[in-house]
Unconditional design. Structure first.
Lengths: 112, 109
């Protein structure tokens, strides 16, 4: 089975801190994605990547950046965490083409 | 953005009944997918229907797609308490995907 692993299940950070959320997949998927999920808003796409060193902005990239130095790892970076970035962050991966996504278990980030 | 809208937002039924959830979207798509999320966890892929398909089955799941109306429905037959979860439709186009806000299904034993 494909596995997508997010490094932390729960995270508490202070306002202004630089935060790294790590995501690793083990099935050689080309595509990787970062979403945030908030009540009533569903999942919103932050960034995605189709290949190593490639990145594309999603719908809400402001305040975030990403890094994909290796195919299996896609990192989400909060440059200066703010309270409005408190959310559930979900990483997903997929094969190129029309296939379903495999999601990680999520990281619930609280910024205080 | 091509986020979908799901209807209803919440649904409560008795075990054994059927549950129907609907999804509408705005732009053309390559395929539409349904996912399930148990409370506080990641999403699990349930079923994918391509834009040239009209109906698909998987176990107790039945999905329909009407591209002329830009809508889809997910039917869960003979529901069980373990089906309690949130269900999301997701529209894929050009290798990226947008999600609806989800339907919260509660199945009472």
């Amino acid at each position: 089975d494909v596995k997508v692993t997010q490094s932390s299940r729960y995270l508490v950070k202070r306002t202004g801190e630089k935060v790294f959320l790590e995501c690793v997949q083990d099935m050689d998927h080309e595509n990787m994605f970062w979403y945030r999920q908030d009540p009533g808003l569903g999942l919103r796409l932050i960034y995605f990547s189709y290949d190593v060193k490639m990145k594309e902005k999603g719908d809400i990239p402001e305040g975030y950046s990403v890094s994909r130095e290796k195919k299996e790892r896609f990192s989400l970076i909060l440059e200066s965490a703010s309270t409005n970035q408190t959310s559930m962050y979900l990483c997903a991966s997929s094969l190129a083409g029309y296939y379903g996504y495999t999601f990680g278990s999520g990281t619930r980030l609280t910024v205080v | 953005s091509q986020q979908g809208e799901e209807d209803p937002q919440a649904l409560s039924i008795q075990e054994g009944e059927n549950a129907t959830m609907n999804c509408s979207y705005k732009t053309s798509i390559n395929n539409l997918q349904w996912y399930r999320q148990n409370s506080g966890r990641g999403l699990v892929h349930l079923i994918l229907i391509r834009s040239n398909e009209r109906e698909k089955h998987s176990g107790r799941l039945r999905v329909t797609l009407d591209t002329s109306k830009k809508s889809s429905s997910l039917l869960i037959t003979a529901s069980r308490a373990a089906d309690t979860a949130s269900y999301f439709c997701a529209m894929e186009r050009n290798n990226d995907m947008r999600f609806g806000a989800g339907t919260r299904l509660t199945v009472k034993p």
